[in-house]
Design a protein around this ligand. Structure first.
Ligand SMILES: [Fe+2]
Length: 286
């Protein structure tokens, strides 16, 4: 479930044995854990370790690849400095991924900064990431593309506390018979109304249903097999969050970088969720 890699630098070259372990672990659904890799904050950036940096409305502050910052209460120079810190994180994680993994066509998506303590946040079940889930977003159709996320715990003292659930195939096999039939025309309508950016595919509908059904199922949340993981301060981890069941139960001050890639970039595309769901459902989901 955890593949621990003793990498201590954001740039390679990394040992071939390390690269092989990283690729095999990641694609088979492990969380790559880097206990010796810290994302260091400059002295002036430590002012951002404060929940008031958030505008209080969204869970996360996000920076899109064009540099636009959203959901922060900061303005002027401090906002610029926060954006610069997040851009440095995006650059560092991109360079590590390029040097560690064989993927050559990776899209750099959003960067997020999570300055609010996870514990005690109140929200609806569907948006509550303290519940076990796979990532699937209503407004962002992936059409089979993968969601790869790099996390860094930048809190001075508190660990980031996660649960990591059962393998994707076991999870999907249990839930597929329960997810509702697709509504004909729904994806077309959502695209026209601007709810989604681009049209959702059958794959997206299925992933969203799996996400929602799992979060609403109290018995699954309480009883399904999972492992507790504490990511210490100054550590990082990397995971395909569209495949690995995860829940973030506690912690403050994390940075996260999202990457997207086509499954033909993978060494073993058959392990991708779209291929697993196609095998289990007996239909094409493209
Ligand atoms: Fe998630």
């Amino acid at each position: 479930m955890l593949e621990t890699l003793p990498i201590a630098s954001w740039t390679g070259p990394y040992a071939p044995e390390m690269k092989a372990r990283a690729l095999a672990g990641l694609e088979s659904g492990a969380v790559l854990f880097f206990p010796n890799l810290a994302f260091a904050l400059a002295e002036k950036e430590k002012q951002f370790l404060d929940a008031r940096v958030s505008d209080g409305k969204a869970k996360n502050i996000s920076r899109d690849p064009s540099g636009k910052l959203q959901s922060t209460a900061l303005t002027g120079k401090p906002a610029k400095d926060l954006a610069a810190m997040m851009a440095r994180f995006a650059d560092s994680t991109s360079s590590l991924i390029t040097d560690l993994l064989p993927y050559r066509d990776v899209e750099r998506a959003r960067t997020s900064f999570r300055p609010v303590q996870v514990k005690g946040r109140s929200q609806s079940k569907i948006s509550d990431d303290r519940l076990l889930h796979i990532d699937a977003f209503p407004s962002r159709p992936m059409r089979g593309r993968r969601i790869l996320r790099f996390f860094a715990n930048v809190a001075p003292a508190s660990p980031r506390h996660w649960h990591v659930g059962q393998p994707f195939e076991d999870f999907a096999r249990g839930f597929l018979p329960r997810i509702g039939p697709d509504l004909p025309g729904k994806s077309w309508l959502y695209e026209k109304l601007g709810v989604t950016r681009g049209r959702r595919s059958l794959y997206d509908e299925m992933m969203l249903s799996l996400h929602d059904t799992a979060k609403r199922d109290d018995s699954f949340q309480a009883n399904s097999p999972h492992q507790k993981v504490d990511f210490p301060p100054q550590s990082c981890w990397l995971v395909f969050t569209d495949m690995v069941l995860h829940a973030a139960l506690g912690g403050e001050f994390a940075l996260e970088q999202t990457f997207h890639l086509d499954i033909d970039q993978m060494a073993e595309p058959n392990l991708a969720p779209i291929r697993v769901l196609e095998r289990l459902s007996g239909r094409s989901l493209s």
